[in-house]
Design a protein around this ligand. Structure first.
Ligand code: NG6
Ligand code: CA
Length: 502
């Protein structure tokens, strides 16, 4: 089947209509309120605004988690990340946390005949515990083992070493005479660190981001070697976008799935020179205008290739916003009245709405009727939704088919939305939000975390900022929601077990 379908497609416009290209653009730490179409006045995002005006703009969309690695795990596997130990924010030398061979969004699309690619931020680990990643040889376990035919990635995040690109199984531009070593335990080599040589970096950082300096930025983790392979932070976005355009051009004649995982506006925020000062908010706003241009470039490429009518474009993010995330880049000082989390409280890491409530725009020219949808939708459902769209069986797991919601055919969304903060879960059902009791700091860098030793109950329509805890007033509601959450947590999800797909 895998080989026959693409051949058939060449001759069958009917069949090809059922296999649109899927371009999933995934921003990093983008807030609900950061885009013009979601209410931002300070940051100009004309390309995203146009996409939203021509497509479906979701007001009630969620990532599974308020941090990066877990959200990406949920998105790609269709299973809640908190079901498995170790699905936390990963260091840059971590092993792959998705078992090779398990069903994933890209592997399901591959089975349907799609060519699949991930370009951008990975942060799901490479190699295995038994065979750690070999930066100087072939990376044998990575995106290709979980369904991506092509990858051009950064291993973890911009603030974690190694600060090099990986293309398929190799570090790009690596000089074999200058091998890379990486450690998250101790200093390796003699490259300067932010702690010892603070004057050698472009901007200061907290202690956690004060290990090895590469390209003038001190990072988390130590590295040495691979000088010719180091990325330049102000070129990251353009580089990933160029690769995305190249990929689209190359795949234009057959169905493809592109997971374009942009780094903006995650720290370190180093805009390309032409974006410096493009927003009044300093680097954080500037890199969001840069992100907007990347989206514009992808849409323009699809338009130029006359692919818009045969491509579903989705834009969303992995978790909510954060201003100060370790670097002194004036995000806090220059924020002014901007509300990165929109009307919501908390932000990245938080169980309150700004942690997981993210922008979601879906556009399929000629198919998606321009609208605003307030259906509750979770990224956990992308896997089942696209499996159903391309006629593949839906694996047993947390993912449910919401394709009609995503394409705007119905506004009846998910009954239950689980949000994962650091630590703990929160639960939305309809207009109600329940947060189980949990001790811990009630604030992190001035933002509410959602921790509270008492149960919390909020009415999201009347109180989107989650300021009035109604748990004592409606104990029966608390009992109901707690029971619903426990039932979902208690489900037996077997599909994280490896299976042979070919
Ligand atoms: C945190 C880092 C933060 C960022 C985050 C991952 C500190 C104090 N904070 O541990 O800077 O790297 O991990 O972000 O070091 S994420 O979007 O990839 O989840
Ligand atoms: Ca993130």
């Amino acid at each position: 089947m895998i080989r026959i379908i693409p051949l058939l497609l060449l001759f069958s416009p009917l069949l090809s209509a059922a296999m649109p290209n899927i371009v999933l653009i995934y921003a990093d730490d983008l807030g609900y309120g950061d885009l013009g179409c979601y209410g931002s006045k300070a940051i100009q995002t004309p390309h995203l605004d146009r996409l939203a005006a021509n497509g479906i703009r979701f007001t009630d969309a969620y990532s599974t988690s308020a941090t990066c690695t877990p959200s990406r795990y949920g998105l790609l596997t269709g299973n809640y990340p908190w079901r498995k130990k170790g699905n936390n924010i990963l260091p840059g030398d971590a092993a792959l946390i998705i078992p090779p061979g398990s069903p994933t969004l890209p592997s399901i699309l591959q089975k349907a005949g799609y060519h699949t690619a991930v370009i951008g931020k990975w942060h799901l680990g490479l190699g295995t515990a038994a065979e750690p990643v070999n930066w100087n040889g072939s990376i044998t376990v990575g995106p290709r083992q979980i369904g991506f035919d092509y990858n051009f990635i950064m291993a973890a995040t911009g603030d974690r070493v190694p600060s090099v690109y990986v293309e398929n199984d190799r570090v790009l531009n690596l000089d074999p005479a200058d091998p890379i070593s990486v450690s998250y335990k101790k200093k390796v080599g003699d490259w300067p660190t932010g702690r010892e040589n603070p004057d050698q970096r472009k901007f200061s950082a907290d202690d956690h981001h004060s290990d090895t300096i590469t390209n003038g930025v001190s990072r988390i983790g130590f590295m040495t070697g691979g000088k010719a392979a180091l990325w330049k932070d102000d070129e990251l976005g353009d580089h990933f976008t160029a690769k995305a355009l190249e990929y689209i051009e190359k795949q234009k004649d057959k169905p493809f799935f592109l997971f374009f995982a942009l780094h903006e506006p995650h720290v370190p925020r180093v805009p390309a020179p032409r974006y410096v000062g493009k927003s009044p908010l300093g680097p954080r706003g500037d890199v969001i205008t840069q992100l907007d241009d990347h989206v514009g470039a992808v849409v323009a490429k699809l338009e130029q290739l006359k692919l818009l009518e045969n491509t579903i474009i989705l834009v969303s993010g992995d978790n909510g916003p954060v201003l100060n995330d370790g670097y002194d880049d004036q995000a806090v000082e220059k924020n002014g009245e901007h509300k990165a989390g929109g009307p919501f409280s908390g932000g990245k890491y938080s169980k309150l709405e700004a942690g997981c409530r993210v922008p979601l725009i879906v556009s399929w020219l000629g198919k998606s009727v321009p609208s605003v949808s307030n259906a509750a939708v979770s990224q956990i459902d992308f896997l089942a939704s696209f499996a159903s769209l391309v006629g593949q069986p839906i694996p047993q797991g947390d993912s449910e088919n919401a394709i009609d919601v995503l394409l705007g055919k119905t506004q009846i969304g998910r009954k239950a939305i689980i949000q994962q903060g650091i630590p703990g879960l929160a639960f939305r059902a309809g207009e109600w939000k329940y947060i189980p009791p949990l001790k811990g700091n009630s604030e992190h860098k001035g933002k509410r975390t959602g921790n509270n030793p008492q149960p919390q109950l909020y009415h999201l329509t009347a109180d989107p900022a989650e300021t009035k805890n109604l748990a004592e007033k409606h104990p029966e509601k608390v009992t109901d929601l707690a029971a619903m959450l426990e039932t979902i947590i208690g489900r037996n999800i077997p599909s994280t077990k490896p299976q042979n797909l070919h």
